[in-house]
Design a protein around this ligand. Structure first.
Ligand SMILES: [Zn+2]
Length: 335
């Protein structure tokens, strides 16, 4: 049986060069179209329910199966991705955090992206963050700036140390209240004071999500507030999952055999237990690799980033590292 599955992860997909934020880290729309051409030529895009059936041994996936996943519920996905997928008869799986759709708030993760894309020098931002930490050190019992920098500057394969530090200290490194206050301050200073208007243009709304679902696209959970779920207590984790499931069920998603996509890839044992209890059938991590459906835990499937996959059908399969499905076995034999 074919057990190998290439799961591709996407975030922003837009005509970036001509947009208001040309520095945003995302996928240029023309590259997305080229990548779909590459995938259509060499792979068979499968549906999320086909993957679930295959993991249960109830069905087999075709050779070179691929699953396309879109995180964060951006309106990019409605405006640019959805029409391309429909035109090619491909299913995508979409993961909108509940609160970004329901509350008119911009998620902290996105505020940080747009602050970084605003043109401000990351060094300057690091200095501003240090200055805020200095004024709150005693009241919040904070560590020394250099210690935070050492801990958080090296956690990513995509960004420079300064940018990684800014993202991680603001995503999870500080006490929640201080983090939100600092992020809001930077967002207002460098991006906009109109958070609601920004949220409305950044995220899909419920009408658009219903339309995706009605057209056969898969909608899954990305939590409620896009938190690092492994930093929360089991009670908070359960709340995140329950709120997100209520939101999805209002959009017509069934209460069992649903798909989880961990914000930032963060999970732990207590979260997995909650997911099993809630009849989650598939979980997507940000571990990099091909999924092996006979070996992976169904709740911990690895993915490739879009940047790991060619942007043009002109690229041959022999030039694509992950076309070699033996990489699955090689990777696992190391562990
Ligand atoms: Zn996300």
């Amino acid at each position: 049986m074919t057990a190998s599955l290439m799961i591709v992860m996407y975030h922003y997909v837009r005509p970036i060069a001509e947009s208001r934020y040309p520095a945003i880290k995302g996928l240029e729309f023309e590259h997305f179209r080229g990548q779909l051409d590459f995938i259509a030529k060499h792979y068979r895009v499968v549906r999320a329910d086909e993957v679930i059936a295959a993991m249960r041994g109830e069905a087999e996936l075709p050779e070179r199966a691929a699953l396309l996943t879109f995180d964060d519920g951006y309106s990019d996905h409605y405006d640019h991705v959805f029409p391309e997928l429909v035109a090619r008869g491909m299913q995508g799986s979409f993961f909108p955090p509940a609160c970004s759709v329901l509350d008119g708030r911009v998620l902290d993760v996105n505020k940080i992206h747009f602050v970084l894309a605003s043109g401000v020098d990351p060094r300057q931002l690091v200095g501003e963050i240090f200055a805020v930490l200095d004024t709150h050190r005693t009241s919040h019992g904070l560590k020394r700036n250099a210690e935070y920098y050492r801990t958080y500057s090296s956690e990513s394969r995509y960004d420079t140390p300064d940018v990684t530090f800014i993202k991680r200290i603001l995503q999870k490194g500080l006490p929640q209240a201080l983090r939100s206050e600092l992020i809001d301050q930077l967002f207002r200073r460098y991006v906009t004071a109109d958070e609601r208007g920004f949220a409305e243009s950044l995220y899909m709304n419920t009408r658009q999500l219903r339309e995706l679902h009605a057209a056969g696209m898969c909608l899954g959970s990305h939590g409620d507030r896009h938190r690092w779920l492994n930093t929360l207590s089991p009670v908070e984790q359960r709340q995140e999952i329950e709120r997100s499931l209520t939101f999805l069920q209002e959009l017509g998603v069934p209460a069992r055999d649903w798909v989880m996509c961990y914000p930032y890839g963060g999970y732990d044992d207590s979260l997995l237990e909650i997911l099993r209890d809630k009849q989650c059938a598939m979980g997507l991590s940000v571990e990099v690799g091909l999924a092996d459906l006979t070996r992976n835990d169904p709740l911990l499937l690895p993915r490739l980033d879009t940047n790991d996959v060619p942007f043009s059908a002109a690229t041959g399969l022999d030039a694509f590292k992950w076309a070699d499905t033996s990489l699955v076995a090689a990777r696992h034999s190391l562990t």
